[in-house]
Design a protein around this ligand. Structure first.
Ligand code: ATP
Ligand code: MG
Length: 368
């Protein structure tokens, strides 16, 4: 962790080179943060620092403590111990528990958004904007702009109770950014959304990133997260078990993976013999100590994706050799369309390996 003096220096260098200040200024800091329900620690001594303009993905299994953490940042739950520091209007870190009006604007989408269902979308957003002191002369324009962005313009004057789950979710997202907050916190924003809407949400998060917002997003959808986040915080049993970029987290992975997409599927009757042949030819480049939970041998065929997955020893040279052998020696068996290390499955691997290693620790403190 960077000491205060060093950090100032880093900031000064960043300013003097007139580079963006991304990764230099802390906007949210969680310090030894815990939340207990009875004897049970839902959040257990979390430390986390978010820099201005960063997008952080909070990833973990059901019950890991994601929503509880977010609710504490939203001041919907009071921490049992520890502190939440957020940047204030003077540009300093300030304890959230004292005078939160002086803290930069934050917008939240938490769990299932709660709405006054008898109100129309317009009434609800206007009411919310007013409660957050958004300038009255600009609110109508802002509402129209956001409804348009989420394809809800036709529903502006319809009652929220007539909305589908996905539409309500979109309305919740609109509400979270209505007053143009500096920090946007989204808990499972893709819940209930169809694939097209999920793509829209990703685009929308990128747009927020371009505007320099700091974003905190909890999700199980590793694909969505890996596409948009700068860093991932893996949480399990209320503890942060890893916090870094996907690239850095991957360095700790036991298994490295390459996906080889084929032009045509391998006919079912040839699969077994072909995989055996691949294994014989490529064994020296493949992962020796392979996790049998994933597959018996370090080669797997995904028929849906027409992809052969190789779990290899992680050496660059090995990648080149594998590709060469596939193209030359397996020319008559299949044609390779692409050969890549996809980010999504890298995050899936990181997730499953780290979560698996982190067995529940039952102590007198966190027994329920
Ligand atoms: N009000 C509460 N009273 C008691 N226990 C609670 C309460 N809220 C949450 N918990 C417990 O705290 C733990 C963490 O819950 P939390 O909702 O933060 O998990 P999560 O990571 O958001 O999970 P999910 O992915 O299912 O949304 C769970 O074991 C949950 O049962
Ligand atoms: Mg949750």
């Amino acid at each position: 962790m960077i000491k205060l003096e060093e950090k100032k220096e880093v900031e000064m260098i960043a300013i003097s080179k007139s580079q963006p200040k991304k990764e230099t200024k802390t906007i949210i800091k969680l310090e030894n943060l815990s939340k207990k329900f009875g004897d049970f620690y839902a959040v257990n001594n979390i430390n986390l620092e978010v820099f201005a303009g960063e997008t952080i993905g909070l990833v973990g299994p059901n019950g890991a403590g994601k929503t509880t953490t977010i609710k504490m940042i939203a001041k919907l739950l009071r921490p049992s111990s520890g502190r939440i520091l957020i940047e204030n209007l003077q540009g300093e870190l300030q304890n959230l528990s004292s005078n939160s009006k002086n803290i930069v604007r934050r917008g939240f989408l938490i769990d299932v958004p709660f709405f006054y269902k008898d109100m129309t979308a317009n009434q609800l957003l206007k009411y919310f904007g007013k409660s957050q002191n958004y300038p009255r002369d600009k609110i109508n324009e802002r509402i129209d702009e956001l409804l348009e962005l989420f394809n809800l313009s036709d529903w502006k004057h319809k009652k929220v109770k007539t909305f589908s789950k996905g539409m309500r979710q979109k309305l919740g997202i609109i509400q979270s950014i209505l007053v143009d907050p500096q920090i946007v916190v989204l808990d499972e924003p893709q819940t209930g959304l169809d694939p097209k809407a999920r793509i829209e949400i990703r685009k929308f998060i990128r747009e927020l990133q371009n505007q320099g917002k700091s974003i905190f997003v909890a999700s199980h959808m590793l694909h969505e997260i890996s596409e948009v986040c700068d860093k991932i915080a893996l949480i399990n049993h209320g503890k942060i078990i890893a916090f870094d970029t996907i690239e850095n987290l991957e360095k700790g992975l036991k298994t490295k993976e390459i996906d080889c997409k084929l032009l045509d599927p391998i006919p079912p009757e040839n699969r077994e013999s072909l995989i055996r042949k691949l294994y014989e030819k490529l064994e020296m480049y493949l992962e020796k100590d392979f996790d049998p939970d994933i597959s018996k041998i370090p080669i797997k065929y995904d028929s849906d994706k027409k992809t052969i997955i190789f779990y290899y020893n992680g050496k660059k040279r090995a990648r080149a050799e594998i590709l060469e052998i596939l193209i030359t020696e397996f020319k008559s068996d299949f044609s390779v369309v692409s050969f890549s290390r996809p980010k999504t499955s890298r995050l899936e691997r990181i997730y499953s390996e780290m979560i698996k290693d982190e067995r529940p620790k039952i102590t007198s403190n966190n027994r329920r």
